[in-house]
Design a protein around this ligand. Structure first.
Ligand code: NAD
Length: 456
């Protein structure tokens, strides 16, 4: 059983069912459960609806239907930030409480933490569940393992079927064996290749890392912090590159060829968004503080990322000068391509700031407009049906999300629809040829070598 049918819970459920396991998803959001039972997914993830058509998942919304013969209870509920940066553990605690109230003495399964949780959570969930059992006169030890999730939204199925590693933190050989068995077809790559996903050409098998739950919990925070740091690092250099007339893309390419550095997460731009990096770094900072450790690199990573969003506003002010009353188009709302997830999306920060500055905002996103409209009905922006409508009458357009379809647009034609052809490419998506061809007043991120086309 998987508790929580969000991005992680539903994807994991679909993948485990595809591997042949019997999977039940429990979520307290009854509307979500009703929709899932009717086949309506709560979010978009490439290939997920296709996989779900091939498998059978049970969806429930109450613990009354809990099956005591369940082998594994996976907790995949949300763990948002509190205002002080600490993790809001309300959902995890509620699940532990329910388990303490529901588990019978004959229950022989293990509990697995999939959510990203502070170090020590596996032990504290164990304590909470056992106290619940104890209160009902059941003397029983439960095993709580840690199995952090590393999937990336937009590529969640690929990451689940072809992960680089599977990390489990356990205290017993038995729990380790259960989790090893659970993932065996993935570890040995013996599962049937899903029709929606090609197997990567490299013959690399995932590494199964069995460790302590504390290590597993810290691995997740360390991984996310490092990735975020890499992005902020290149962005900090991008700002210097721009000043000295260098092209950060060339610099990033060259340093990325060094295997010690690697090419990934070196795309300079507006920085990271999404529900994980920010909250996970706030969480590790909060934890470190409790132990008197200062995490200055984490703070710098966050600061640089926040600054990148402000830089986009500055670039608009430098090129357009007066923003009040000007029409600005925003290309992209989701925090990254191939998802409709807008949690902590840079786009939202930018358009809110521009609205504050008196600009009129038009937006277009291939997937995320409906989510944005229903989640933030107060945003007075014009949602455009297509890119052509977005460019029409704009004084500037900002490309915020690097959707594939934004790469191949007919920029010369689109530019003609604008009042002024100012284009802030916050993801460095356009090639030099595209920029020249479109006669844009182009502003990238760290592309100091580029000459703006000024004849307009
Ligand atoms: P989400 O918000 O999409 O889903 C969480 C689900 O849990 C919701 O459907 C909610 O209704 C349900 N829920 C909340 N309280 C519950 C309760 N008491 N009982 C049953 N269900 C409950 O969250 P998500 O993005 O799937 O993230 C889940 C966890 O996985 C988080 O800790 C997150 O940090 C981690 N994670 C997320 C990603 C990602 O890309 N989204 C990647 C790796 C790890």
């Amino acid at each position: 059983m998987i508790v929580g049918s969000g991005y992680v819970g539903l994807t994991t459920g679909a993948v485990l069912a595809y591997l042949g396991h019997e999977v039940t998803l429990l979520d307290i959001d009854t509307r979500k459960v009703d929709n899932l039972q009717r086949g309506t997914l709560p979010f978009y993830e490439p290939g997920l609806s296709e996989i779900l058509q091939d498998v059978k998942l049970n969806y429930i919304s109450t613990w009354h239907q809990f099956d005591q013969t369940t082998d594994i209870v996976m907790i995949a509920v949300g763990t948002l930030s509190k205002t002080d940066g600490d993790v809001d553990m309300a959902a995890v605690d509620a699940v532990a409480q329910s388990l303490g109230e529901q588990i019978h003495s004959q229950f022989n399964g293990i509990i697995v933490m999939k959510s990203t949780v502070p170090v020590g959570t596996a032990a504290s969930v164990k304590g909470r569940v056992e106290r619940g059992l104890d209160a009902r006169g059941i003397k029983k030890e439960v095993e709580v393992a840690s199995n952090p999730e590393f999937l990336r939204e937009g590529q969640a199925l690929f990451d689940s079927f072809y992960p680089e590693r599977i990390v489990v933190g356990t205290t017993s050989k038995q729990a380790q064996a259960i989790l090893h068995d659970l993932y065996l077809p993935i570890l040995q790559q013996t599962m049937q290749v899903p029709t929606v996903l090609d197997r990567p050409s490299n013959d690399i098998y995932p590494v199964f890392i069995n460790t302590t739950s504390v290590n597993a919990e810290l691995i997740k925070y360390t991984a996310n912090s490092f990735l975020a740091m890499k992005i902020s690092f290149i962005n900090e250099f991008a700002n210097v590159a721009e000043k000295v007339g260098a092209d950060i893309r060339e610099v990033a390419y060259a340093i990325g060829l060094d295997k010690r550095i690697g090419p990934q997460f070196l795309q300079a731009g507006i920085g990271w968004g999404g529900s994980c990096f920010g909250k996970d770094m706030r969480a590790i900072q909060h934890l470190a503080k409790e132990y008197g450790c200062e995490m200055s690199m984490i703070q710098a990573t966050i600061d640089v990322n926040n600054r990148q969003r402000e830089i986009v506003i500055k670039k608009l002010q430098e090129t357009l000068h007066i923003l009040r009353g000007k029409t600005i188009g925003i290309l992209g709302l989701s925090f990254k391509p191939n998802t409709d997830d807008i949690r902590e999306s840079p786009s939202l920060d930018i358009l809110r700031k521009l609205l504050d500055l008196g600009a009129c905002i038009k937006v277009y996103d291939p997937l995320a407009m409906q989510v944005c409209q229903s989640r933030f009905p107060e945003l007075t922006v014009e949602y455009c049906e297509n890119v052509e409508t977005l460019f029409n009458g704009c004084h500037a357009v900002v490309l915020v999300t690097d959707w594939q379809e934004f790469r191949g647009l007919d920029y010369p034609e689109l530019t003609r629809k604008m009042v002024k052809p100012i284009f802030i490419d916050a993801r460095n998506v356009l090639t030099n040829e595209q920029i020249n061809e479109a006669k844009l007043m182009y502003v990238g991120m760290g592309r100091g070598g580029l000459k703006w086309v000024k004849e307009f």
